[in-house]
Design a protein around this ligand. Structure first.
Ligand code: PMP
Length: 445
């Protein structure tokens, strides 16, 4: 950073020092710390409103971080906020027993997503994924989970592997070796996993031929949003569907990011591929902490008949169900997704042109309401391509120059930019103007 950042963020620096005394590392999630790109200290946030966020030093930003995805309706959407407050005031927060608002929330999710016939609410994406994986093992009586390199499915032991790991340890692209993402994960679990390269039809078909009948589930993000933004090759999701069906394995879509974001019906609607189980978090509660496991009635059978115990004190609490119910109503506005995808595309294309006009090699991949600008010199179909082709340092400089011009997004090239359903043309115009200034600086470096 040049001197502009420290001079603008003195109070954040002060608060970070104070936070470190009573919060390990200084923030509630390791993802918010300097080692995850927030150098030299994270911004401390005062408040967000709609598409904008303000830090404790009074700097305002157009917000493309959006809480790392949940704030699909921007910050403090008045309708959702009011629904939650009203439900708490009139009903309470949790009862340890079912209530009618829970049914309402489930009915609305089922109505929104083509392949979800039933849904259970939970508290975080990691939790939902952990349950989905275990449900698949219980249902099939099999052990092996197939996951892909560079994708992230939360912090449960069963899937906390092979996201962004040391390439030297990861073996060949034809048959990657599972690598735990950190200490504390039992090494024995390696035997319960197969890790593959994403978007590679050949290695997937080969694995299914060899071991299809051992596989409980294949889990994937339908578009990889944990390595920038990587879209599935035509036919790839369909192949995952047909091969899992053929061998009696379950297909799990981890739609923690894509759900209710790329379309109201998420990847089910956008790509027209229907998995057995789907995990949600982030968008489903319009910014409130709620997750969900959705599935066909057949996939939910063991929960329904009591064979499989899915439990949780806070599951489907009042805050969650009020938030889900109000969010689902707002998402049903006709034309909303088409409009916001077009807006996001205008931003993405605009950024790409500004970069290229300044002689900087960069291109965009995206789904409108989420995209990434790759500073890269080659096509990216999976995590290994991203490692090989991206210039992370250039991205970082771009982030820094945008931040001091009032635009916030994640500092890492392997994350992405989120556009909410309330961003508008003024936000995009302001962002493109900032980008014109930022790219000029990059051009001179
Ligand atoms: N799956 C995906 C695809 C995610 O992106 C994330 C979080 N970034 C998770 C699961 C875990 O969700 P949570 O942080 O709510 O536990």
């Amino acid at each position: 950073f040049d001197s502009a950042f420290p001079a603008r963020t003195a109070r954040s620096r002060e608060l970070f020092e104070r936070a470190k005394l009573t919060i390990p590392g200084g923030a509630g999630s390791t993802a918010r710390l300097p080692r995850n790109g927030w150098n030299p200290y994270p911004l401390f946030i005062e408040q967000g409103q709609g598409s904008r966020i303000t830090d404790v030093d009074g700097n305002e930003y157009v917000d493309y971080l959006l809480g790392l995805g949940p704030d699909i309706l921007g910050h403090r959407h008045p309708v959702v906020t009011e629904a939650v407050v009203k439900a708490i005031q009139e009903q309470g927060t949790s009862f340890g027993l079912p209530y009618e608002l829970e049914i309402e929330a489930s009915e609305k999710v089922v109505a929104a997503v083509p392949g979800v016939e039933q849904v259970r609410f939970a508290n975080s994406g990691s939790e939902a994924v952990g349950q989905a994986v275990r449900i698949a093992r219980a249902t099939t009586g099999r052990r092996i989970i197939v996951r892909f390199e560079g994708l992230y499915h939360g912090w449960q032991d069963s899937v906390y592997w092979s996201n962004h790991v040391d390439l030297d340890k990861a073996g060949s692209a034809e048959r990657p070796r599972p690598v735990a993402m950190g200490p504390g994960v039992p090494a024995e679990l390696e035997e319960t996993l197969v890790v593959l390269t994403w978007n590679d039809a050949e290695s997937f078909v080969k694995l299914m031929e060899e071991r299809g009948e051992e596989i409980a589930a294949v889990i994937t993000e339908p578009a990889v949003l944990n390595t920038g933004c990587i879209l599935p090759e035509p036919g790839y999701l369909e192949l995952l569907r047909s091969e899992t069906t053929k061998y009696g394995a379950m297909l799990i879509f981890d739609e923690v990011i894509t759900g209710f974001r790329i379309a109201r019906g998420g990847a089910h609607e956008y790509y027209g591929v229907i998995p057995d189980l789907t995990t949600y978090a982030k968008g489903v509660g319009g910014g409130f902490p709620v997750a969900a496991i959705g599935g066909t009635k057949e996939a939910m059978r063991l929960i329904a008949d009591g064979t499989y115990s899915h439990s949780g004190t806070y599951n489907a609490n009042v805050v969650q169900c009020a938030a889900v119910s109000a969010t689902m109503d707002l998402l049903a506005e006709p034309g909303l997704y088409e409009r916001q995808r077009a807006l996001g595309d205008r931003l993405a294309r605009g950024l790409e042109s500004i970069a290229n006009d300044n002689g900087i090699d960069a291109y965009v991949t995206g789904l409108g309401t989420v995209f990434q600008l790759w500073f890269a010199d080659g096509p990216i179909k999976n995590w290994r391509d991203a490692v090989a082709h991206t210039r992370e340092g250039v991205f970082k400089r771009w982030y820094e120059e945008m931040l001091v011009r009032g635009v916030l997004f994640h500092p890492l090239q392997f994350e992405n930019l989120f556009v909410s359903l309330v961003h508008d043309d003024r936000d995009i115009d302001d962002t493109l103007e900032a980008a014109a200034g930022a790219m000029k600086v990059l051009k001179q470096e």
